[in-house]
Design a protein around this ligand. Structure first.
Ligand code: ZN
Length: 271
């Protein structure tokens, strides 16, 4: 799914009470930039993923929240989601909230969340995989704020343990697919108006990818770099790191399921 470059620093209204402000941090891993979601509830307004530490972006959030900001929710602690959180909390008086075990040693959320909790009119869903501290936030009107778990522009990078986990990621995808939400609003890219269809396609893509990676293995032990070249032909250099992480996650999953063997010499098919 592609989207025209959205304006930054201004609210883009999805429906009354829900608007998006795009942070000025575009890149190969962030698309047009991080979506900061402002969501009104009975007690005020929450900001989901404050995005980058950028003066204009933070000023736009504060202006749009108009003194009613109650919580700053972090879907996970990757820098493009987290960076503005502390400054925004200091300036607004709102409390930060994120998964109870932070993946970033420099960030401890003021409110530590677990699965199935209520905060700011939303309900938390613990969705580990892309990050081990990833939360989605469910809005009562059939809308899921999906962070980097399901995105509107690309598949998610799933790093190998301890930072991510492909088996958990797949289980987390199946969980959100089966919820029946009518809309997903992710941290990068446009709104997703067929969540179940997109998640089904993402799962299919993962399983196809897994089959092709399994197909690169043979009886001899191969290095990760050899398998990378076999699995990902004509890859842009800026995406190499992400591809390597995804590949290793797939190999670890194949090994767990008895379909690959790992020794010091590399990866091979089981004997
Ligand atoms: Zn992320």
């Amino acid at each position: 799914m592609t989207e025209a470059v959205p304006p930054r620093g201004v609210p883009l209204v999805v429906q009354p009470g829900i608007r998006r402000i795009v942070a000025p941090n575009p890149g190969p891993m962030t698309y047009h930039g991080t979506n900061t979601w402002l969501v009104d509830w009975a007690g005020g307004t929450v900001a989901i993923d404050p995005g980058s530490e950028d003066e204009r972006h933070l000023a736009a959030i504060l202006r749009e929240a108009a003194g009613r900001l109650t919580h700053i929710l972090v879907t996970h602690t990757h820098r493009d989601h987290l960076d503005g959180a502390q400054t925004l909390a200091r300036r607004s008086g709102a409390r930060t909230a994120g998964y109870r075990i932070s993946g970033d040693a420099s960030f401890a959320p003021a409110i530590r969340l677990d699965d199935g909790e209520s905060i700011g009119g939303l309900t938390t869903l613990y969705t580990p995989g892309h990050a081990m501290d990833h939360l989605c936030f469910a809005h009562p009107q059939g809308i899921l704020f999906s962070g980097d778990h399901v995105m509107g522009w690309s598949t998610s990078v799933v790093p190998p343990p301890p930072h991510g986990d492909l088996d958990l990621f797949i289980a987390s995808l199946q969980r959100v697919r089966d919820r029946g939400d009518r809309l997903m609003l992710s941290a990068h890219g446009a709104a997703i108006d067929d969540p179940a269809g997109l998640v089904a396609a993402l799962l299919e893509h993962r399983f196809a990818r897994e089959a092709s990676i399994a197909g690169t293995l043979d009886a001899a032990a191969r290095s990760l770099e050899t398998l990378l070249a076999r699995a990902y032909v004509s890859l842009k250099p800026e995406l190499l790191g992400a591809a390597r992480a995804n590949l290793l996650s797939h190999l670890i999953r194949l090994e767990r399921h008895g379909r690959a063997v790992h020794t010091e010499a590399g990866w091979s098919l089981p004997p």
